[in-house]
Write a protein that binds this ligand. Structure first.
Ligand SMILES: Nc1nc2c(ncn2[C@@H]2O[C@H](COP(=O)(O)OP(=O)(O)OP(=O)(O)O)[C@@H](O)[C@H]2O)c(=O)[nH]1
Ligand SMILES: [Mg+2]
Length: 454
């Protein structure tokens, strides 16, 4: 499904994951990739630029929470913006099983109405509904036979009348017949899709709707028309704000992203999509999950949540301030390591995401090692006095021995920590100088400290 859009987006994600540092150059490159991927998926130029501009601004200018790397933050932004592009929230089609619901299917010729009715009948039957179908397409030769063929395998009754030429009469008779059978609580009505033009289609829809009085009108749109889906969705949305949209042929379409984004922009509700000819090739359209699968990241919601939670970290303001002023003490260093320790659970989780593990596989041993180091370093800091935490320069000779003993480590390890701290201070000073001139930090950011340079 959406193979080309999906694979170009996945390449972009791999690029972020694989890059040694996420800096302005890389982000600009990513923006370009993202733009190409979206335009290649037939997303409208204006919509695509809107997404990439937001990603660029946020990735480069947002205050990134402490302990979150620019890498994870950028991924989260891309994910958020793509989800917005495709319709934000999932709005399920809710039907009351204690009442009789009637869904009327409309759409231009060949859009997939009859096929989708079979899929929908199957979907709701599995969820405990008793479904009946009315074949009111009196235009297409063999329409009723097609419907019966689709529904026979799942034992759904189809009401039809080959001799009747007026669809309104068939609908009336069909509704009466199903309502008499006490069991049926969901009636699906198939209609003829003879009009290529939106206005005529909707006019006809209003006519049939008056007779059928449906609970919901379902507009079926062929996704292979890409952005052109907007005109249909727009006209439909204006005529009936309560209606649902189903996109079909998402499997064979390189333009599916264009169709979804074009429909989403009208505010119409896409409830399902079809991704094959078989009855089970039918999915709920959940933008969040959809983007997750496009990006090949199963559990991105977890990552997003962790990043959001990190925003709430109380220490953020104080630490950021210390970094900005270039006044880094061991106390800040320790705080930073504690956050990194907490956040390491995020990177562990990220490495479990399918596809990503292959990429980070080599690093994961290193990660485990560095996590152990972080825990030892925290223990070392915990054996320091307040005075030492505020002024690392006084930590020499006997103090080093005392701290090593207190923390169950060695003098070497204490020296290593002091060394790393001094290096971080030096790097911080250099970065502040360079940022003053050019904006982008040179030579990379100390590991685990990317989040501090927002
Ligand atoms: N690959 C693929 N083919 C689909 C999908 N949905 C429908 N089709 C095919 O599209 C063609 C038209 O589907 P129909 O269900 O007959 O379309 P319709 O809207 O009822 O057509 P009319 O009744 O003539 O207006 C058929 O060959 C279906 O098998 C889908 O999600 N994926
Ligand atoms: Mg049909």
């Amino acid at each position: 499904m959406l193979d080309s859009l999906g694979s170009s987006l996945r390449k972009t994600i791999m690029k972020i994951r694989g890059a040694p540092i996420v800096d302005e150059n890389l982000i600009n490159e990513l923006i370009q990739d993202l733009e190409n991927a979206l335009l290649g998926g037939d997303v409208n130029l204006e919509l695509a630029l809107n997404v990439t501009e937001k990603v660029r601004k946020k990735a480069l200018m947002d205050q990134i929470p402490l302990g979150v790397s620019r890498r994870d933050y950028t991924l989260k932004i891309i994910y958020d913006e793509l989800t917005n592009l495709l319709g934000k929230k999932y709005v399920p089609l809710r039907l009351n099983p204690n009442e009789i619901s009637t869904l009327m299917f409309i759409g231009i010729q060949g859009s997939g109405k009859t096929t989708t009715i079979g899929k929908m009948a199957n979907y709701f039957q599995k969820r405990g509904f008793h479904v009946g179908v009315i074949g009111a397409d009196t235009f297409r030769p063999g329409a009723l036979a097609q419907l019966q063929q689709n529904l026979a395998p799942i034992n759904v009754e189809v009401f039809g009348d080959e001799g009747e030429k007026k669809s309104s009469k068939i609908i009336k008779k069909g509704l009466k017949s199903f309502k008499e059978k006490k069991k049926i609580n969901l009636i699906l009505i198939d209609t003829a899709g003879r009009h290529k033009e939106e206005k005529a289609l909707l006019k006809e829809m209003q006519g049939i709707a008056q007779i059928a009085k449906p609970t919901d009108i379902v507009l079926v749109i062929d996704a292979t028309i890409g952005q052109q889906a907007q005109a249909q969705a727009d006209a439909f949305n204006r005529t009936t704000p309560l209606g649902s949209i189903i996109l079909t042929k998402m499997d064979g379409s390189a333009k599916g992203g264009g169709a979804i984004s074009a429909v989403a922009v009208t505010g119409a509700k896409i409830r399902f999509y079809g991704d094959g000819e078989k009855i089970q090739d039918f999915e709920e359209f959940n933008p969040t999950r959809f983007v997750g699968s496009l990006l090949g990241m199963g559990d991105i919601e977890g990552l997003v949540q962790s990043v959001n939670e990190a925003f709430d970290e109380e220490d953020t303001a104080e630490l950021r301030d210390a970094f900005k002023k270039g006044k880094l003490t061991l106390r800040h260093f320790k705080m930073q390591m504690e956050t990194a320790n907490k956040q390491s659970s995020i990177s562990k989780m990220v490495s479990k995401i399918p596809g990503v593990s292959a990429l980070t596989g080599k690093q994961s041993m290193l990660e485990v090692e560095s996590q152990k180091n972080v825990q030892r370093f925290i223990a070392i800091c915990n054996s320091m006095t307040e005075e030492e935490l505020d002024n690392a320069r006084i930590i020499k000779g006997k103090r080093i021995q005392r701290i090593a003993q207190g923390s169950g480590t060695s003098s070497q390890e204490v020296k290593l920590l002091l060394n790393q701290f001094n290096q971080a201070v030096k790097q911080l000073k250099m970065m502040r100088k360079m940022r003053g001139r050019r904006g982008a930090p040179p030579g990379g950011i100390p590991p685990g400290m990317e989040g501090l340079f927002g």
